[in-house]
Design a binder for this molecule. Structure first.
Ligand SMILES: Cc1cc2nc3c(=O)[nH]c(=O)nc-3n(C[C@H](O)[C@H](O)[C@H](O)COP(=O)(O)OP(=O)(O)OC[C@H]3O[C@@H](n4cnc5c(N)ncnc54)[C@H](O)[C@@H]3O)c2cc1C
Length: 300
């Protein structure tokens, strides 16, 4: 179905290609808008047909069920745009910009503050929603404000960082029906881009050494139950390498569940449940998932 110019709404598209786990059922409808106008057009179309919408970024923190995913799935990955004000350390990024590209461009402009993001394969929109972070840094440290579109009122407005009530991997955006369109970041200007690149490369090498980058995953599955590390607890339970179907707890990093080839969402879910039960038995509390779910009845 063609809405305008090249904007298409496709029917019955496999969502497995839209997640880094390479898992997911079939979207009833799928759209990949490249501009805010296109996004408004697809939402208008969905509204006129009383179809619900759900948002996907790069699908790098998303477990999508194996069944048909009803309604319109909107993938934001093609909504690109990056404006850099070198002097003042400001970057305006569209929601679909990739986090690693953002980090590289910031380093190139001598802006310090996002070197930790290099190995995170998500979009800026997803990072803002998740308060993505690593090595002690997080989005909350350098975000200034965002522009959102309300799924209910269809209005566009701005929110300040303080409105988002950020804490560890959490923001109000995980509960509110809002689509992140763009974000403004305030970084520290005037740094040597050579040094920033060196830091970025070092961070990337450390990640490649300690995380299973060659296999499909969604990064850390569980939140760290401060002061402990979820991966350490899972390892202590002897679950490293434990496998259900083609889903396995990574040998390299126990908080990662990897897809060894043909894993289904049901295998990942079974493995998540098993880890939660074993942790509860041994340590007396339930590990909470970091990964978001789509197409399931219950959310963690
Ligand atoms: C190998 C690997 C390493 C990782 N390492 C890290 C790490 O170090 N630190 C970390 O924090 N995360 C890490 N992650 C997880 C993930 O990359 C981040 O959480 C990322 O921010 C998710 O972005 P995304 O675009 O993929 O969002 P998705 O997974 O597509 O979506 C996540 C949630 O955000 C919502 N969403 C996405 N975009 C928008 C938008 N524009 N507007 C409104 N809602 C939106 C979705 O509906 C969903 O609820 C890793 C993942 C992988 C695969």
């Amino acid at each position: 179905m063609i809405l305008s110019n090249e904007l298409k709404i496709e029917k019955f598209v496999s969502l497995a290609n839209f997640t880094t786990w390479r898992i997911g059922g079939t979207a009833e409808y799928l759209a990949e808008p490249k501009t805010v106008d296109e996004l408004e057009d697809v939402m208008q179309w969905a509204h006129s047909k009383h179809i619900q919408c759900q948002i996907i970024g790069a699908g790098s923190n998303l477990l999508i069920n194996d069944s048909e995913i009803e309604g319109l799935s909107i993938c934001m990955k093609k909504l690109h745009g990056l404006k850099i004000d070198k002097e003042n350390g400001l970057i305006v990024a569209a929601a679909g910009e990739s986090i690693p590209n953002f980090c590289r461009q910031a380093a190139k402009a001598g802006l310090h503050g996002m070197e930790w993001g290099i190995g995170i394969p998500g979009t800026i929109g997803g990072a803002v929603v998740m308060n993505a972070g690593a090595q002690g840094g997080s989005i909350a440290d350098c975000l200034s404000s965002i522009q959102v579109l309300s799924l209910t009122s269809k209005k566009i407005f701005n929110l300040k960082k303080e409105d988002l009530r950020y804490s560890y991997r959490t923001s109000i955006l995980q509960k509110e029906p809002l689509i992140v369109l763009s974000a403004i970041f305030k970084l520290d200007p005037g740094h040597s881009s050579k040094k920033l690149y060196q830091l970025i490369n070092k961070n990337l090498m450390n990640r490649i050494k300690s995380q299973p980058y060659k296999l499909p995953s969604c990064g850390s599955v569980f939140r760290n139950p401060e002061p402990w590390k979820a991966g350490k607890l899972i390892e202590e339970l002897g679950l490293k390498g434990y496998r259900i179907g083609d889903a396995a707890i990574s040998e390299k990093h126990s908080n990662f569940i990897v897809n060894l080839g043909n894993a289904k969402a049901e295998h990942i879910t079974a493995l998540i449940n098993l880890v939660q039960e074993r942790v509860k038995e041994k340590y007396g509390f339930r590990l909470r998932t970091e990964v978001k779910q789509l197409g399931f009845d219950k959310r963690d």
